[in-house]
Design a protein around this ligand. Structure first.
Ligand SMILES: Nc1ncnc2c1ncn2[C@@H]1O[C@H](COP(=O)(O)OP(=O)(O)OP(=O)(O)O)[C@@H](O)[C@H]1O
Length: 262
């Protein structure tokens, strides 16, 4: 269903914005096809910078990103990006919003609308294809945002706080929805989130970043924690809570360089 296998190799990646702002440095990470990783860490540690570099929206000042063996040099159809704000066109229906990218790629209108309907169904919006965004809840709007990206069959899905604007209950439902969608499409996923619980709920591995320009130390990976909790995860279970606690401890531990700088 996807355009490639979705193997990401992030190699010695760094971003220096100039002056003292070394957003991130020396990030090396491999993501297997179909794997889901979540990136967590304190504000300003470079999570979004990492995602933007993988998306190709920005150019690294060090290192490189390879997707299926090819260097990332800019945005491309092999990577689909979902942000917190849904970015839907208010004057287009759900179906037309999802079809938009397909039309841009030259898919004939009828075929684009057919595929859009299919993807609306994939995210549970089959009954709402003719609705306009303002009539939908936040969770439903984000489903449209996800369907729109998936319709283009990216091999990697990049999500920056996709559920951050939702209330707690809707966020919970959308987490389940994301688990279900991933099972259906099997796309490699890189998710940036502030929520450790969300990371443990959704990911195969949690990447913890620490430091960041505001701490006088470039953001970097401080831990990579595998989530061996199986497919059906219970946030209240002791092993889930234990792992979340362990990741929380990593998030709150300063890097050795930060302690030196303090
Ligand atoms: N375009 C830019 N120009 C200069 N500095 C930037 C730019 N973008 C990000 N930074 C700086 O780089 C550092 C990392 O930012 P980034 O947004 O990646 O962090 P983050 O971990 O995603 O933070 P948050 O959790 O608050 O979203 C921050 O100090 C930020 O101020």
């Amino acid at each position: 269903m996807t355009t490639g296998t979705g193997h990401l190799a992030i190699d010695g990646l760094g971003k220096h914005y100039g002056g003292d702002t070394f957003a991130m440095r020396d990030v090396t990470l491999e993501v297997s096809p179909g794997e889901a990783i979540a990136v967590v860490g304190a504000s300003g540690c470079g999570k979004s910078t990492l995602l933007r570099l993988v998306a190709g929206f920005e150019t690294p000042t060090e290192g490189r990103v390879l997707l299926d063996g090819r260097p990332v040099t800019g945005p491309g159809p092999d990577r689909g990006v979902v942000f917190q704000d849904y970015g839907l066109f208010p004057w287009l229906s759900v179906r037309e919003n999802i079809a938009y990218g397909l039309r841009e790629r030259g898919v004939h209108r009828r075929e684009a609308l057919r595929q859009a309907t299919e993807h609306a169904e994939l995210v549970g919006l089959g009954r709402f294809v003719d609705a306009y965004p303002h009539t939908l809840s936040g969770g439903m709007q984000q489903r449209v945002g996800i369907a729109r990206v998936l319709a283009l069959h990216p091999s990697v899905l990049l999500m920056d706080e996709p559920l951050g604007a939702l209330d707690a209950l809707t966020r919970r439902q959308m987490q389940d929805e994301l688990v279900a969608i991933r099972r259906r499409v099997g796309t490699t996923l890189v998710l940036v989130t502030h929520s450790i619980e969300e990371a443990v709920y959704l990911a195969d591995r949690v990447v913890v970043m620490a430091g960041g320009a505001s701490h006088g130390v470039p953001g970097q990976v401080s831990a990579v924690v595998p989530v061996d909790l199986g497919d059906r995860r219970d946030t209240a279970a002791p092993d889930f809570q234990g792992l979340a606690q362990q990741i929380g401890d990593h998030v709150h531990s300063p890097l050795p360089e930060q302690e030196d700088a303090a």
